[in-house]
Ligand binder design. Structure first.
Ligand code: ATP
Ligand code: NCN
Length: 212
């Protein structure tokens, strides 16, 4: 089987002029998403992640488009504007860096960020539904081996996430919730499942309701 076409990252990150100010040693959570539209579920897991994983900041990476989703999302500027309007927190930054550097795959984004910011420690954040299909992502093992991962509970996906292919293969790298605050200081592979209070909102439901 031939590998899917994967264009190279176009622009070095530092040249893209899109990184917020950082300080050496900070731990920054990365919440990638289509945000089509952004909603209170995203806001909720961001706030929970800041607390639970001891993060200094979270960057929302508003994606040009999920490579696994058949339908394209709304235009990036529209999603950026909506994301900035809903996510108001002094330690959260909404970013379009993936669009700017031409990265579609998370493996490329994480590599680009780590190369551009060697003084920063990153934690990849995602909802439990994404953990369920994580083993289908491009170079998913290299993501797992290069960045600690914080997973937030989501209705309908809690049990499946814990039984997922990625969770089983990397069971040895599971971090108990009691050690969650140190996740960003740990060497990958390291992943932590946070059983936070859950919000049932989803972008697909909002789209189906015609709210967006
Ligand atoms: N209610 C929620 N609870 C927990 N995690 C969530 C929730 N909503 C979104 N997420 C997580 O936020 C990230 C970005 O999600 P995304 O922008 O795809 O929104 P979504 O609601 O999952 O969209 P869609 O319904 O179109 O799949 C993903 O890691 C997703 O798992
Ligand atoms: O890199 C991949 O193969 C890959 C496959 C599926 C999803 N992702 C990323 O996962 C994040 C969540 O995607 P989504 O569409 O569920 O919001 C977003 O940053 C996507 O780019 C990444």
């Amino acid at each position: 089987m031939t590998a899917p076409e994967r264009p190279p990252v176009r622009t070095p990150l530092r040249d893209a002029g899109a990184l917020p100010p950082t300080r050496r040693g900070q731990v920054i959570g990365l919440l990638g998403g289509s945000f089509d539209p952004p909603h209170e579920g995203h806001v909720h897991i961001t706030r929970e992640a800041l607390k639970l994983f001891g993060l200094d900041a979270v960057w929302w990476l508003v994606s040009p488009g999920n490579p696994l989703k058949a339908h394209g999302p709304a235009p990036l500027p529209r999603r950026m504007e909506a994301a900035r309007a809903i996510m108001r927190h002094p330690r959260v930054h909404v970013s379009d860096i993936e669009g700017r550097i031409g990265a579609r795959y998370t493996a490329d984004t994480v590599t680009a960020l780590q190369e551009a910011c060697p003084e920063i420690r990153f934690v990849w954040l995602m909802g439990a539904d994404n953990m369920v299909q994580f083993h289908r992502w491009q170079d998913w093992r290299s993501i797992m081996e290069s960045v600690p991962i914080g997973i937030l509970a989501r209705p309908g996906a809690r049990l499946a996430a814990r039984a997922s292919v990625a969770a089983r293969i990397y069971e040895h790298a599971r971090v108990p919730l009691g050690a969650a605050r140190r996740l960003g200081r740990m060497e990958a592979p390291a992943w932590c499942f946070a059983n936070v209070p859950m919000v049932t909102l989803s972008s697909s439901r909002l789209r189906a309701q015609g709210v967006w």
